[in-house]
Design a protein around this ligand. Structure first.
Ligand code: TXA
Ligand code: MG
Length: 338
């Protein structure tokens, strides 16, 4: 299959492809999603196939109105309505009880709940509008790899396996949406993202954060949490926020094999590491770092000999919590030790 690149004004053609039951990756403000008509079971099955995704890991349903949620959710609690009014369009995914019989088990992995997201990205909202149906959209990467923040990342992973990619340039946020479970009495954040716990609590009061580390044999709350995630080819090591980078530099100089380094400009300058294909700038702060993290990890996959990548850690607060959640998974929990 030839994978067609659609420009942001080629919505009609991209929507027709989706209506025909084919897959079209779409941009959002967080990462690119792998789109299919959420009401077409055969199309949704293709999503799991193209990604190599385990079929018990449910998909987010992307909508462009609260009215669309009402078609598929059993009920929308008052707290959900308040959050939708505050954060939609935006990076907050809300899990609600599903209305029986309206979406196939393939979408929800057989759960009695479904995740809804209203992305803040005009071409994709136009795409949903033109398709006339909600779109499932897991991140448009091969399962286990870093999420895609450009159309090129999607093309690298899925060319030949999907019909098209709607290219809107690099995404703005860079890490996936916050996933909030509102299907139970006590709301719980299942995945941290750009909308923080404090942001949510400012609207609906106290909520929980799921810090539980899921083991392979448990049934996890967010099924995606049990799989290997965000892993580039090389082993990633996190470098603690308070690390002595002069020691890191010394260690780097002792290595025979090339090592990739991802850090802010100020640290790269402080280290006086020349800008080579072994360094990747995370910009100035945690916001730019979140925006660039996946791109950096993917960049080193194209380097033939790098077996290790050191990546600067940030304090796990605000957006830093989302950044560290992704980085920690890509590193398999490993910190740099000297
Ligand atoms: O920013 C994002 O959320 C991106 C863009 C494309 O919208 N999408 C994304 O989808 O990250 P995905 O499938 O890669 O991650 C969705 C996460 C998974 O961990 C999945 O297990 C969880 O949400 N999830 C989906 N439906 C769920 C449900 N009903 N109950 C619990 N967890 C759910
Ligand atoms: Mg994903």
């Amino acid at each position: 299959m030839k994978t067609q690149i659609f420009a942001p004004d080629e919505i009609t053609a991209a929507a027709a492809t989706l209506r025909a039951g084919e897959l079209v990756a779409f941009p959002t403000e967080t990462v690119y999603g792998l789109g299919a008509d959420a009401t077409n079971e055969a199309a949704v099955k293709k999503v799991y196939q193209a990604k190599g995704r385990p079929s018990d890991n449910p998909l987010i349903v992307h909508v462009n109105s609260v009215a669309m949620v009402e078609q598929y959710a059993a009920e929308i609690p008052a707290a959900a309505r308040q959050l939708m009014a505050h954060f939609w369009p935006g990076s907050l995914t809300i899990i609600l009880k599903i209305k029986p019989g309206v979406l196939s088990k393939t979408v929800t992995g057989g759960l009695a709940t479904v995740a809804f997201r209203y992305p803040d990205c005009a071409p994709t909202l136009a795409l949903i509008n033109a398709a006339g149906v909600p779109l499932v959209g897991p991140s448009a990467n091969t399962s286990g790899k870093p999420s895609p923040t450009t159309a090129q990342h999607v093309y690298h992973d899925l060319a030949g396996k999907i019909a098209g990619i709607l290219d809107n340039g690099p995404t703005r946020v860079g890490v996936e949406s916050t996933v909030l479970d509102l299907s139970t009495a006590q709301p719980v954040i299942l995945r941290p993202g750009a909308v923080t716990q404090a942001d949510i609590e400012a609207v609906i009061g106290s909520i929980e954060l799921n810090h539980h580390q899921v083991k392979q044999d448990e049934i996890p709350k967010a099924p995606g949490m049990k799989y290997k995630h965000y892993a580039p080819n090389a082993q990633v090591y996190m470098v603690r926020p308070d690390a002595d980078w002069q020691q890191v530099k010394q260690w780097l100089q002792e290595q025979a094999a090339p090592v990739g380094v991802m850090a802010t400009d100020s640290i790269l300058q402080q280290l006086q590491l020349p800008a080579t294909d072994l360094t990747f700038s995370l910009g100035t702060d945690v916001t730019t770092a979140a925006h660039r993290l996946f791109d950096g990890l993917r960049t080193f996959d194209h380097h033939p000999t790098i077996k290790q990548i050191l990546v600067q850690a940030f304090p796990a607060t605000g957006l830093g919590l989302a950044y560290m959640n992704r980085l920690n998974k890509s590193a398999g929990g490993q910190y740099f030790k000297y």
